[in-house]
Design a protein around this ligand. Structure first.
Ligand code: SAH
Length: 364
């Protein structure tokens, strides 16, 4: 029996040392950690996993992040933007299939044509689905008034990963220029929250130079920021990026999966009622990585609904599944046989209970 871990898990609030101990726990102790996290999920949120049909709208990106396959300077990919009809068709498919919500993601583009097109798309999708389809955006850093326009058009959740909460590490994995400013990203996240979006952030796990202390700080950052949603996953080298030139090492990749599961479980324990994504990156490294993430406390899946012919061009990292994973008999793409007691929350937005709680406290 692992009394060390057990006594930490019984505490009301975990401090940095507690989190570090949990992150470093061995596989035997981890079983206990994972079970505790799954129990918290069940107690606070029940056993539903909610879906966000992912539409990868465009891979055109103005940024040049040293880890990302769609960075501006990667000339090996064909750049695309979905047509209006393609986006609407994907959204309507999600609606017909009872997904409850979609997430529109793209590279970072601040042109007025892009901003306007997104605004139009949000309005059209809302109208064509009787306001019943939830809309999450993941469109990077924008001016506050752009976030406001998209919110007014009907988007209500925004996912902007801080990537790492450490300023030093942030500077090591991004070019050193005004386009890649940690404080700007943080200001964006604050604006998103202030406008009234359900606010999501997240980090990559296993970045070069990243330490366990950095990861503990990431979790504390999320708690202090009072986020409603989190998406995090293992860093996976992409050979056409500066941080991926030396390829990858399967052993390290597997370690990152174990660490990601610990991060998810600890986050569930310290932020009981937020939404946590079981990421596609987890599935990329481990075929059943998403199922494992759910058993460690995650409750959101983002099945890919991008039209098949564009999938290969949205390769943020190596090995990202390009095949159609959603079929009409199993729209989550999950192996439900591995998820006893879990059901898919069809036709519901699946908002973070945390958001409602945060709103009612702040309006008192
Ligand atoms: N530009 C948008 C969407 C970016 S892609 C935005 O900033 O929100 C979505 C996420 O993929 C990023 O936030 C990043 O955390 C993740 N990502 C990028 N490159 C990666 C890599 N090599 N391995 C794992 N995840 C990566």
């Amino acid at each position: 029996m692992n009394y060390g871990i057990k006594s930490i898990l019984e505490k009301k609030e975990l401090d940095s040392n507690d989190i570090i101990t949990l992150l470093k726990c061995d596989d035997e102790q981890a079983v206990f950690l994972f079970n505790s996290a799954a129990n918290v999920r069940e107690k606070y949120l029940g056993n539903n996993v909610y879906l966000r049909g992912l539409i990868e709208y465009s891979n055109i990106c103005g940024k040049n992040c040293l880890y990302c396959g769609i960075r501006r300077e990667n000339r090996k990919i064909r750049r695309y933007t979905l047509t209006k009809d393609e986006v609407i068709e994907s959204a309507l498919y999600a609606y017909r299939m009872n997904f409850g919500s979609i997430a529109i993601q793209a590279g970072e583009n601040t042109s007025s044509a892009f901003v306007e097109e997104i605004e139009n798309l949000i309005r059209i999708i809302r109208r064509k689905t009787d306001n019943k389809l939830g809309i999450t955006l993941s469109l990077g850093e924008q001016d506050r008034d752009v976030y406001q326009r998209w919110f007014d058009a009907g988007a209500h959740r925004y996912l902007l990963r801080i990537e790492t909460s450490s300023i030093d590490l942030y500077r090591k994995v991004h070019p050193d220029d005004r386009m890649h400013d940690y404080y700007r990203r943080l200001d964006c996240l604050r604006a998103i929250q202030d406008i009234g979006y359900q606010t999501g952030t997240g980090v990559m796990i296993g970045l070069p130079f990243q330490t366990i202390n950095n990861l503990a700080d990431d979790l504390i950052f999320m708690r202090d920021f009072d986020i409603d949603m989190c998406g995090m996953g293992p860093f996976i080298e992409h050979s056409d990026t500066p941080l991926g030139l030396n390829g990858t090492n399967n052993l390290f990749l597997r370690e990152r999966v174990g660490l990601t599961l610990r991060m998810i479980a600890i986050l569930r324990i310290i932020m009981k009622n937020i939404n946590i994504v079981a990421s596609t990156a987890m599935q990329t490294v481990d075929r059943t990585g998403r199922e494992k993430a759910i058993m460690c406390g995650a409750n959101i899946i983002m099945p890919n609904l991008t039209p098949a012919r564009y999938r290969d061009d949205y390769k943020i990292y190596a090995g990202k599944p390009g095949y159609a994973e959603v079929d009409e008999d199993n729209i989550s793409g999950l192996d439900l046989g591995l998820l006893p007691g879990i059901s898919i929350g069809l036709g519901k937005w699946g908002d973070a209970a945390h958001f409602a709680a945060r709103r009612s406290v702040s309006s008192d």
